[in-house]
Design a protein around this ligand. Structure first.
Ligand code: ADP
Ligand code: MG
Length: 323
């Protein structure tokens, strides 16, 4: 279990997760959208932030950036507007998918914004998304951020705004190498602007459990996380684990974006829906456990405000059994 207590310190409690991997095509967007939809199905108010100029998460959720209202009335309509002008009210940029799920869509102009943000003073360059989320406090319980496939300034904004990182990846040898680069970036952000950032773990996407190579890579990942846990190193991935279940390769997951639908709308009984629902339910249950413990320790401490921070806990090894 990640060190949730140290990462979500004050009410209203919000679980803010950046889905990040600098490699493209690994399952970030599919995971962000369908995990968010699964969490929303559990009745939790959930927001997807689309930080990728390709706007795939927006399209997947049925919001086409090409059909957003014209840029004339000075109201925010996308994450682009909000990052460009942090004084704007984020409300009009929220697009409701259903009662529990909303998205702040991307626009292709986000790519130009990346350059614009890079020219800001360092203190402001990576903190604009965090300021936007602060203005949405209390409206959502889960916020999932779909990062672009790079380690540029948009992804850095995601890492500064989030409290947790989840890494969607395919279990291939070269993907493992990419993960160490990614962890370095998370550590850098942790040491500078966002000390409470932790890596919750890896979600295995397009998973093929029959492949010997895949089994080997998963075993390597599990042993890497176990070694980190038992070492003295205090790194953001100290409590990281391979999240269960892996998401099987399932053509329905590749089909549903073209209908602007989540897997739960498009094929609710497909393996992809079952896998994302199981992942979503386990994240919700883990979160409820944290909230319950935080509330109990707040009432025990009597001040009603400051939760006692329990020590960092190791992930239960049962969640890592089997590849
Ligand atoms: N479990 C899966 N089974 C089959 N296709 C998948 C699965 N996960 C993702 N895909 C497909 O793989 C491609 C890349 O996934 P995507 O989520 O867009 O990756 P990223 O956001 O990392 O670039 C997409 O066409 C997507 O529909
Ligand atoms: Mg994507």
């Amino acid at each position: 279990m990640p060190d949730l207590a140290a990462t979500h310190l004050s009410p209203p409690f919000v679980r803010t997760i950046a889905l990040m991997n600098q490699k493209g095509g690994v399952g970030k967007t599919t995971t962000t959208v369908n995990l968010a939809a699964g969490i929303a199905q559990a009745g939790r108010r959930t927001l997807v932030i689309d930080l990728d100029p390709q706007a795939h998460a927006s399209l997947h959720l049925g919001v086409d950036p090409a059909t957003l209202p014209a840029h004339t009335d000075g109201r925010a309509r996308s994450i682009y507007d909000l990052l460009h002008d942090p004084s704007l009210d984020p409300g009009p940029a929220l697009h409701a998918v259903n009662d529990s799920l909303s998205v702040i869509p991307a626009e292709t102009d986000l790519a130009a914004l990346e350059t614009e943000l890079s020219e800001l003073p360092p203190a402001e360059r990576t903190t604009r998304l965090r300021a936007i989320l602060d203005r949405l406090r209390g409206q959502f319980e889960f916020i999932l951020i779909d990062c672009p496939p790079s380690l540029g300034v948009l992804t850095l904004n995601g890492l500064v705004a989030a409290r947790e990182v989840i890494i969607p990846m395919q279990a291939h040898f070269l993907a493992l190498q990419g993960v160490s680069k990614l962890l370095e970036t998370v550590q850098r952000v942790g040491q500078s602007v966002n000390p409470s950032l932790t890596v919750t773990g890896v979600i295995l996407c397009m998973h093929d459990p029959a492949s010997a190579h895949v089994k080997e890579v998963v075993a390597d990942l599990i042993s890497f996380f176990e070694q980190t846990r038992s070492s003295a190193a205090d790194v953001p991935w100290k409590g990281a684990r391979v999240l269960r279940p892996p998401v099987r390769r399932n053509i329905k997951l590749a089909e549903c974006p073209s209908f602007g639908q989540t897997i739960f709308q498009y094929a609710p009984f497909a393996p992809g829906a079952l896998d994302y629902k199981a992942l979503a339910d386990s994240l919700v249950a883990e979160w409820d456990g944290f909230i319950g413990a935080a509330r109990a320790s707040r009432s025990a401490s009597g001040d009603g405000l400051t939760p006692t921070i329990p020590p960092r806990r190791a992930a239960p090894s049962a969640t890592e059994a089997g590849a």
